[in-house]
Design a protein around this ligand. Structure first.
Ligand SMILES: [Zn+2]
Length: 314
């Protein structure tokens, strides 16, 4: 009987892997850098070595499988990253099959925000529900939808790309090729872009915009205005999601959550103004912070082998 699974979170600059028991305990963790200047082969070698090292330490017999979370649009059935601005070298490369063959074990490829949403459902803020939405607010905005305890994937695996909901007509151009996406208006990057436009600083971070908002002067007022606008944009996105899903729980994660008190009032006001479903279900619809932070993706990736059926490789 398998006792653990390995979750790997692959980012643009690093990868992290964790050994997680069936009961959700992190038994081991390892991290490495992703340096594409060394080429795709070197990055694949690094990942495979990290997993092999963990498997060796914890025993091959107890391994249920490996889940890998990646940023970008994936083809689930094929185990391929179709498009990823952060990992262009891995686009259209059979990453899942390659790892599966090299390690001779069951591997599932998943979008990183989908994995994070599943992690929150398994061990985080969503353990008491079967249906939830997660928005990860970072340099971009990721989205994951859990329905009936499972990741909602759509036909190819690209469902839940909530950061690219076209929220603002003729809005800012986005790396995905569209305009006015949620992530161009409500991410940490959007906050710093607004701060630049308001002359608060050319290289100002979202944390600094948060700090500025505490100041009782003109710059502080501008910073508070930025958080208000960011919150209202999020509120609109949430209104669409609440109307679409009528789920009991919508989670937000990411560093900008430190500014919750600054953006949440505008977010909740806008949500209420724009969603009849929310107005009718206010007492049971929760909007709140996620719990697992950076670990959510690792939990979710590791949980995938336990709940997904796919013919294991021989
Ligand atoms: Zn976009």
């Amino acid at each position: 009987m398998p006792e653990y699974a390995i979750g790997l979170d692959l980012g643009g600059t690093n990868h992290r892997a964790a050994v997680i028991s069936r009961s959700g305990q992190i038994l081991d963790k390892i991290a490495g850098s992703v340096n594409f200047s060394e080429g795709r082969t070197a990055v694949m070698d690094d990942m495979v070595n990290a997993i092999a090292q963990l498997r060796e330490k914890h025993g091959a017999a107890g391994l249920a499988g490996i889940g890998i979370g990646v940023p970008g649009f994936i083809l689930l059935k094929e185990g391929i990253i179709r498009r990823s601005p952060n990992l262009p070298f891995l686009e259209n490369f059979p990453i899942r099959d390659e790892i599966e063959h090299r390690l001779n074990t069951f591997v599932i490829l998943e979008n990183d925000a989908n994995a994070a949403a599943l992690g929150e459902k398994w061990m985080g803020a969503g353990t008491d529900v079967d249906d939830l939405v997660l928005l990860t607010l970072g340099t971009g905005v990721g989205g994951g939808i859990i329905s009936g305890g499972r990741v909602l994937r759509g036909a190819q695996g690209m469902a839940g790309e909530l950061g690219h909901l076209p929220l603002i007509a003729h809005g800012n151009p986005c790396g995905c090729g569209s305009q006015g996406c949620v992530e161009k208006h409500a991410s940490a990057t959007a906050v710093t872009a607004m701060a630049r436009l308001l002359h608060l600083g050319d290289n100002i971070s979202s944390k600094e915009v948060f700090d500025l908002a505490q100041c009782d002067d003109e710059r502080g007022a501008k910073a508070r205005e930025i958080w208000r606008v960011m919150g209202e944009t999020l509120g609109l996105a949430l209104a669409m999601l609440v109307n679409t899903f009528n789920f009991p729980l919508y989670l937000l994660s990411g560093g900008v959550l430190a500014a919750w008190d600054l953006f949440a009032p505008g977010m909740m006001r806008t949500l209420e103004q724009n969603s009849a479903t929310y107005r009718l279900t206010k007492h049971t619809t929760r909007i709140g912070p996620a719990k697992l932070g950076n670990e959510a993706g690792l939990y979710g990736a590791a949980y995938l082998p336990w709940i997904e059926q796919r013919t294991a490789v021989g």
